[in-house]
Design a protein around this ligand. Structure first.
Ligand code: PGA
Ligand code: ZN
Length: 414
């Protein structure tokens, strides 16, 4: 069986921040697939470059002239060859010639075309017959850092995740309730609060970081207590610490902390708030601090996002130095589905946990919802509120609905 590509198109669209991005459409003799590239705001230094010099216009021009003609006649079912061709046509290490956005949109569009050619949902095509388990939704309740246009907390995300929900539907309802409850508390405690939300639909606030964390902790308590089912929720943080690291110091809330002082603050937060998830607590070159934290808090998800940028070479370095125990997987950081799969396989072999993630600039593209099930990821980080975030949740609800024997991850044993 084959599904030869007979057409490939590109068009310019916009993401949830209103920035330009690209959609790629692949047609085979018997099927169709399309995908849209997401965009980061707090990008890792080592991730694929989104667009070449010359921007979206140049990327589109190169796709039409150099990429599309080469795709014609390829077998869509051979994802690996298509991805290798994208790398060859680009010829750089970080997709700086054709643009990582063009690469990932093409790679994901092909994945859709291939699964449609076989009449399978994408999660089944990629994950095989055993892909029956839903991830836990890890959602952004209060946000700041580079995701808030106006002043908010210095850390990027205060997150919440249900640990033992009976279903994805129940899990989603819990995170939505925590978000709403936190909004009500902010309205009481923060005089300047007017319901403002950031790029990912998380609340923005003038409260201090720890006061904002108290709000989330209280919202979690209220929702747990009110829930008719016995359910536990965990709290997490994406510090996105690279954006706080300036001239050898962590600078936030009027403080200038040395690496050691910041480390101590982070470990006190883990203890005081019982955090179960910590993403990028240190800047992206400080592998040693990551490995110290893993040794101290083995059961906590210590997650590398900017640290690894879904890149196997960065992860190899991490494994060698014992940095982190989990990896954030963002397909557009690496630029191809095959590159992502290679990194995920290596992560698994070395006992790292997989968290599939959106970007702050998103569209209603739902590819990552399928990837999270195909990869059997324990968590998906895709926000809580906003149409482009809910698009992924709704797709996961559809997947759950279509799976007669679906299960969902349970992390309550910790
Ligand atoms: P980004 O943020 O998409 O702006 O990089 C998401 C994250 O850091 O997890
Ligand atoms: Zn992050």
């Amino acid at each position: 069986m084959s599904a030869l590509i007979d057409a490939a198109y590109i068009r310019r669209l916009r993401n949830s921040r209103g920035e330009e991005t690209v959609e790629v459409i692949i047609e085979t003799e018997s099927s169709f697939g399309s995908a849209i590239a997401p965009s980061g705001a707090s990008k890792g230094r080592h991730e694929a470059v989104a667009f070449p010099k010359g921007g979206v216009e140049e990327a589109v021009r190169r796709f039409r002239k150099e990429v599309a003609p080469e795709l014609i006649g390829l077998d869509s079912l051979d994802q690996w060859s298509l991805d290798r061709l994208l790398m060859e046509l680009d010829g750089t290490r970080n997709f700086s010639r054709i643009g990582g956005s063009v690469a990932i949109a093409t790679s994901m569009a092909n994945l859709w075309a291939a699964s449609n050619a076989l009449g399978l949902p994408l999660y089944r095509y990629l994950g095989g017959p055993s892909a029956n388990r839903l991830p836990l939704p890890l959602g952004n309740v209060i946000g700041g850092g580079k995701h808030a246009l106006w002043r908010s907390i210095p850390f990027q995300e205060i997150l919440v995740v249900p640990l033992n929900p009976p279903s994805y539907a129940a899990a989603l309802s819990l995170v939505v309730e925590v978000h709403r409850e936190a909004g009500k508390l902010l309205a009481k405690l923060d005089e300047s609060f007017a319901g403002g939300r950031n790029d990912e639909g998380a609340w923005v606030t003038r409260l201090s970081l720890t006061k904002a964390m108290d709000v989330v902790k209280e919202a979690v308590r209220v929702v747990e207590k009110r829930s008719p089912i016995d359910v536990k929720l965990g709290i997490g943080l994406d510090v996105a610490a690279s954006s706080l690291w300036v001239d050898g110091r962590y600078r936030y809330e009027g403080r200038e902390l040395s690496a050691e002082e910041h480390y101590r603050f982070i470990s006190s937060l883990i203890e005081n708030y019982g955090l179960i998830y910590l993403e990028d607590p240190f800047h992206e070159e400080d592998f040693d601090a990551f490995s110290d934290l893993v040794k101290e808090f083995r059961d906590v998800f210590i997650v590398g996002d900017d640290l690894f940028v879904t890149n196997i070479d960065r992860l190899r370095e991490g494994v060698k130095r014992g940095a982190a125990n989990s990896i954030l997987v963002k397909p557009n950081q690496v630029g191809t589905i095959s590159g992502m799969l290679e990194t995920v396989r290596f992560a698994r072999e070395n006992g790292y946990r997989i968290v599939v993630s959106h970007r702050s600039g998103e569209t209603c593209d739902v590819t990552i919802a399928h990837l999270s099930v195909a990869l059997d990821a324990p968590m998906i980080k895709t926000g809580i509120m906003g149409g482009e975030r809910m698009a992924k949740h709704n797709e996961l609800l559809r997947i759950e609905d279509g799976l007669p024997s679906s299960r969902i991850w349970n992390l309550s044993f910790k």
